[in-house]
Design a protein around this ligand. Structure first.
Ligand code: FMN
Ligand code: SF4
Ligand code: SF4
Length: 277
């Protein structure tokens, strides 16, 4: 069977999920491409035709799909369009995120024909505490393109839509995780929690550095920064995605969480991307 159109749906504050999604789409070689970026706005009511391949890529927050991503996909529906799901995580763990995304998307009428877990530079990564810096790198993107090409082949070799088989994303191979670094991480997390060291809930702003360029206000997915009032952050709205931190041209915004120290120390070994199809 043939499919000519592909629709990329992504939520990606620091753009790693978006890069992975775009590479998968490139790999399919399909020329009719639609992109819905939910980073700044929710999807309008969207009914996707059965003849379109959909690629969904979202980040992992706390072992789950970033809640704002799910919130923004609520109005998307189809009656049987094939979908490829990819969760992007910061080299610690994605836990139940892929299974959660599968359940959410299947409920909206999609047919999950492939799944993937990719590593992206951690939102909390800094020069001092690097975590999966630069990922997805060129190899990751090549891997994502190859995955896209395999999806195309899977579709082309299916005798019809009813022969385009679904996958059980729970059967995807987990990346290798050495026991001792994980144990050390868990022990340190318990110690950190007991220590009562306050965890920042919003980025800090250096008012001397900020030149009110407005970048952070226009790129905050949660609307937590007001235009003209860029040195303040609404603590109730902020999702700690670090889009403002990574994008500030003046480096005026920082998110120095002690958690980043632990992540940088315990998850040095780079994890592999995995796919199932
Ligand atoms: C609030 C928050 C929670 C996160 N939780 C996890 C996690 O549980 N495991 C993990 O490996 N990475 C975690 N990350 C890192 C992101 O999954 C990772 O950096 C991802 O590449 C970000 O995607 P984006 O560039 O599309 O925004 C978290 C990031 C944030 C901001
Ligand atoms: S992006 Fe940086 S410099 Fe620009 S307004 Fe925001 S904090 Fe200020
Ligand atoms: S203010 Fe919070 S939600 Fe907005 S971009 Fe910065 S970290 Fe993300």
């Amino acid at each position: 069977m043939n499919i000519y159109a592909v629709h990329l749906i992504t939520f990606s504050p620091t753009r790693t999920s978006k890069q992975v999604g775009e590479a998968i789409v490139r790999g399919t070689g399909l020329s009719e491409i639609t992109k819905t970026d939910l980073t700044l706005h929710p999807a309008e009511k969207l009914e996707i035709p059965e003849t379109t391949l959909v690629v969904v890529t979202v980040p992992v927050y706390g072992g789950k799909v970033a809640p704002l991503a799910l919130e923004r996909m609520k109005c998307i529906h189809t009656s049987g369009a094939p979908v490829v799901l990819a969760v992007v995580y910061g080299n610690r763990a994605y836990e139940k995120a892929l299974a959660e995304l599968d359940a959410f998307i299947s409920e909206r009428g999609f047919k999950v024909i492939a799944g993937a877990t990719f590593v992206g530079e951690h939102s909390y990564s800094t020069d001092k505490n690097p975590i999966a810096v630069g990922r997805p790198d060129a190899d990751d993107l090549r891997f994502a393109e190859n995955f896209g090409a395999k999806i195309r082949t899977k579709i082309e070799t299916a005798a019809g839509m009813d022969r385009l088989y679904t996958v059980d994303v729970n059967r995807i191979q987990r990346p290798h995780q050495a026991f001792f670094p994980l144990f050390r991480f868990l022990r340190k997390v318990v110690k950190l929690r007991k220590s009562g060291v306050p965890m920042p809930r919003i980025p800090a702003v250096d008012v001397e550095l900020c030149n009110h360029c407005g970048y952070c206000a226009t790129h905050c997915p949660a609307g937590a920064i007001g235009k003209g009032d860029e040195c303040s952050t609404d603590i109730e709205k902020c999702i700690r995605c670090c889009a403002c931190v990574k994008g500030c041209p003046q480096k005026a915004r920082t998110f120095d969480t002690p958690f980043a120290v632990l992540l940088a120390d315990c998850f040095k070994r780079q994890k592999e991307n995995r796919v199932i199809l």
